[in-house]
Design a protein around this ligand. Structure first.
Ligand SMILES: NC(=O)c1ccc[n+]([C@@H]2O[C@H](COP(=O)([O-])OP(=O)(O)OC[C@H]3O[C@@H](n4cnc5c(N)ncnc54)[C@H](O)[C@@H]3O)[C@@H](O)[C@H]2O)c1
Length: 253
């Protein structure tokens, strides 16, 4: 899409998985990309990989649970590229655990990364888009709508982000800041591989449950992100777009 050319896009959680795919897709379409990740070294590796392909990219360490670090990452985009036009938030963790014995610290960490951090990052970025407008996309999940066992904090946090998407969208609309979410079902990333290896996910069962018959590729999710950031989505705000191969629609058995 031509309208991503020269746009400055900050990708939280951009060192791996969906975030790396989104950053690469945006950079390949001419965007200037800032990759912010808890794993600062990997963020720089990913940025260097894009730069080696002739793209404009830089990496910065950022734990999104820390509001000051979110401010620092947003400012890094402005310092390096002069402005901030778009934000993608792909940072996340997955730690399935029985609710009955879930430790308060594990509940708190999940909500901190998957909900609080999304707000801190959005706030830091909106402060730098206030006069110029822009677009944000949060990665939620089908778990914002559908309950899975052993994922109480994850599901609650994702549902929280779906509502946060609506609140920020209506609150920041007059600043020209659009806010949307993309909710995948299972995506073939390291997060999913770790859950398969740990026995938390049965890959064959998952594929059988998805009407389109396969896991999403990170690029499938990146495509939806690019669309929602683009001018083709100029009048879309406060929405959750599910990239789930039909998972949520399916209710037969
Ligand atoms: N993989 C799936 O099947 C799937 C399905 C639905 C939703 N999601 C969501 O998509 C998002 C991306 O998942 P993924 O599969 O790409 O995961 P991933 O583990 O491959 O990548 C997540 C990235 O987030 C970073 N990160 C973790 N904690 C962070 C923090 N506190 N601050 C900044 N960065 C942090 C990691 O270092 C990593 O680079 C997550 O929010 C996840 O919940 C994933």
């Amino acid at each position: 899409m031509r309208d991503t050319v020269d746009k400055v896009i900050l990708v939280f959680g951009g060192a791996g998985g969906i975030g790396a795919a989104a950053g690469a897709r945006l950079a390949s379409q001419g965007a200037r990309v800032v990759i912010a990740d808890l794993d600062g070294a990997q963020a720089e590796v990913q940025a260097a990989r894009l730069a080696a392909e002739g793209r404009q990219a830089t990496g910065v360490a950022c734990d999104i649970t820390n509001p000051q670090q979110c401010e620092h990452a947003a400012q890094a985009a402005v310092d390096r590229f002069g402005r901030l036009d778009g934000v993608v938030n792909c940072a996340g963790i997955s730690r399935p655990h029985d609710s009955i014995s879930l430790a308060p610290a594990d509940w708190a960490r999940m909500v901190d990364v998957q909900l609080n951090g999304v707000f801190y990052a959005a706030q830091a970025c909106a402060r730098r888009m206030w006069a110029s407008g822009g677009a944000m996309v949060f990665i939620t999940s089908t778990n914002a709508e559908a309950a899975f066992p052993r994922r109480a904090a994850y599901c609650a946090a994702k549902a929280g982000v779906a509502m946060l998407t609506k609140v920020l969208a209506i609150e920041w609309a007059r600043q020209g800041i659009r806010v949307n979410a993309v909710g995948p079902a299972y995506v073939a990333t390291e997060m999913t591989q770790r859950n398969i290896a740990a026995g938390n996910v049965d890959e064959a069962q998952i594929k059988a449950r998805i009407p389109l018959g396969r896991l999403a590729q990170p690029g499938d999710v990146a495509d939806a992100v690019v669309f929602l950031l683009s001018e083709q989505a100029n009048f879309i705000t406060g929405q959750s777009l599910y990239v789930d191969g039909g998972w949520l629609a399916y209710g037969y058995f």
